[in-house]
Design a protein around this ligand. Structure first.
Ligand SMILES: [Zn+2]
Length: 343
């Protein structure tokens, strides 16, 4: 079968790869929509230590179940399912505490096993969710990125912050827009977005942002009066560059919280006197739990969240070119879907 194989920094090709063999407790899925994730673009450039070439990436996917392993409900055969690519051992101290996203033995389809950028992919049966009739595979493929947003919003609204009236999301790419929607759906009355690309600002407005600003300064000015000059309760940095981490702290009110999900840069400097004197809460957010994934899928299926009009699914052969284009710079189109022919 065909798969897109990443061989190292900016080296990717479509080639013949081994077809997965079904195992007990697993299913073989023929992905019909696999989204390219921002973390995979960093991976493509060789900037993510957790990906080792040669690797078939792809962890945002949905598709048709073509084989079921021993012990798996045969009723899944032929069903279109969304796949939660993340598995935890369920037994360690972190899993027992409900922190399954941080399990030291967690595995992700597309990092630890071949992912969705291929004609067939193996997935644990307990991680697949049949989609109701009429729900597109592309919609199901958005559950993974939205689950990240659900997790961010949950951490943002965790105890200790008081009432959250104003929030700012920095970054209007997929993850930023997912964080925006989760924050709105979780009941934050006014969520603003900071995004330099105009088309993405428009998309943020159509997906529930109270306002969209070109820069952090602009957002700060717009929110100054509304927050009694104090700053906003919550900032979500969905970029992770030095400038956006600084902007996040600049926007925050004393005692406010920033949730950091963007991974653009590793080491950046930050003024820590401000963190201390502002009593800021710096909260990292990584991945999601099964509950977060299920909440995300529910919102998508109900039509409460999405990315607006879904772009077409491109053939796997266009994958290497799509990766090269996406790393060249941000575009208006936030999500690219790929899929094989499955013949
Ligand atoms: Zn565990």
């Amino acid at each position: 079968m065909k798969g897109i194989v990443w061989h190292g920094p900016e080296q990717m090709s479509v080639e013949e790869v081994p077809r997965p063999t079904v195992e007990p407790g697993t299913v073989v899925v023929r992905p019909t929509a696999t989204g390219i994730c921002g973390s995979e673009l960093e991976g493509y450039l060789g900037r993510m230590g957790n990906r080792t070439p040669p690797l078939v990436m792809g962890h945002e996917f949905a598709g048709t179940v073509t084989e079921v392993g021993e012990g798996v409900d045969e009723g899944l055969l032929g069903r279109v399912v969304a796949v939660n690519p993340l598995s935890s051992d369920g037994t360690c101290r972190l899993c027992r505490a409900g922190l399954t996203n941080l399990c030291p033995n967690r595995t992700l389809v597309g990092i630890h096993s071949p992912g969705g950028f291929a004609e067939y992919t193996l997935a644990p049966a307990q991680n697949v969710y049949p989609l109701p009739d009429g729900v597109e595979a592309r919609t199901g493929a958005l559950a993974e990125p939205l689950a990240n947003g659900v997790h961010v919003a949950r951490l943002g609204l965790a105890d200790g912050l008081g009432e959250v009236e104003h929030a700012v999301v920095i970054g209007g790419g997929t993850i930023g827009l997912m964080c925006l929607q989760a924050a709105v759906l979780d009941g934050i009355p006014e969520v603003h977005v900071v995004e330099p690309v105009e088309a993405r600002r428009g998309q943020a407005l159509s997906l529930g942002a109270a306002a969209a600003h070109e820069s952090g300064e602009e957002a700060g000015l717009a929110l100054e009066e509304r927050t009694e000059g104090l700053g906003v309760d919550l900032v979500i940095d969905a970029v992770g560059a030095e400038a956006t981490r600084r902007a996040a702290l600049d926007l925050l009110r004393p005692g406010g919280r920033v949730v950091l999900i963007g991974l653009h840069d590793d080491e950046t400097t930050l003024g820590f006197h401000g963190v201390v004197r502002g009593q800021f809460d710096l909260q990292g957010s990584y991945a999601y739990t099964a509950e977060d994934y299920e909440q995300a899928l529910e919102w998508l299926v109900e039509g409460k969240a999405g990315i607006g009009e879904l772009p077409p699914v491109l053939p796997l052969e266009e994958g290497p070119g799509a990766f090269a284009n996406l790393v060249a710079g941000p575009s208006a189109q936030i999500k690219v879907f790929l899929a094989g022919s499955g013949e």
